[in-house]
Design a protein around this ligand. Sequence first.
Ligand code: SPV
Ligand code: MG
Length: 380
Amino acid sequence: MSESVSVRSALKQHNGVIRLMEAHDPVSSDIVRNFQIQGNGFQGLWVSGLTQTTHLGIPDTEIITPLLRATLLAATLKSGSPGDRKLCAAFDADSGGDIPSIPALVRILNSMGVSMIVIEDKDLHAPGEKVNSLLPADGSQAQANPHEFARKIHTFIRETYGTEIMITARIESFNTRIVMDDPEEDAASVRNALADALSRAEIYTDAGADAVMIHSKSKDPDEVLEFIRAFRAKNPHIPVVVVPTTYSTTPRQTLIDAGANVIIYANHLMRAKIKGVHKVAKAQLEINPALFADNEEARASLDAQNYGSLLRVLKKMDFENGKNAEAMTFYVAAKQRAISSMARATLELLLGDKSGCEADSLMITVKDLLKINSYEVGQL
Ligand code: SPV
Ligand code: MG
């Protein structure tokens, strides 16, 4: 993405607050780049592990390394046509991978114009062990030792020296805690997680982190707001990144007033796309109920709500027996229209003045996305 701006310069240009939208393929990044309302658009792209793996048809468990995920990004992060808006890009690097792979990861992301790398403090010992933060915590996902994680941050900082890349330390204290049935016990557990998150934020920024991300899967924004206010009181200038997926009813201004700087809409274009294309696949079935009857792969794709895979199956069926050319042409055209119209409607609502929750009705739920992500049918 040679025609990019950096996150740092975007923050400067926009009074310290920018919004990033998830993109998982060239179509979604083009939509973000080209969509504006009265000169207002998203300032950058979020390369989400959850949606990139969903697109690939693999689970979001760090079953492939952040380095491998980075090598697959070139098309998504390609620059637009000359004269197009320039976007910044932040990469979700999961745990950051192992220490020896960090130089290569930084080099490849730098060459693609990525200017923020987000690494999360989950404790991982083997590929495929990561648990997505939005899944209910059952104790299977521990947090990394903060001092070991600080060493990883330090390696990233050393490797990014002289580049525009900011290293963001993502804190998982709220997401790894187990929710308690008893309200008082739960409130105490939230307080502990908040204290842990604040102490980690200090360790991570002391290790050189350029920004911190506080993540939460609560519907209520209070824990996030409390973290930001307490962190801000001690650190007036370090950028704070938030991901209001589950607390989408929170007005954007509330997050900004507390001190948030980077607001990430982490999975929205994938959720809108699946909702849009689901209607198309259903219509296709209504026109021709027997179409997929004797094709196991097509049925599996439908069950998994993987409409990209369905398209591939349709193409194969067409190629093999030449019977389904009409169905395929209809599906391809309707699918593209559905993706584009659902994505634009979602962006329009998110760019509006209120919170992001008005857009929720245009997308499948996060729960459904997590379910789809756990199927292994590529490619969405
Ligand atoms: C992602 O988009 O992959 C993220 C954010 O890491 S979340 O899925 O909310 O953990
Ligand atoms: Mg992720």
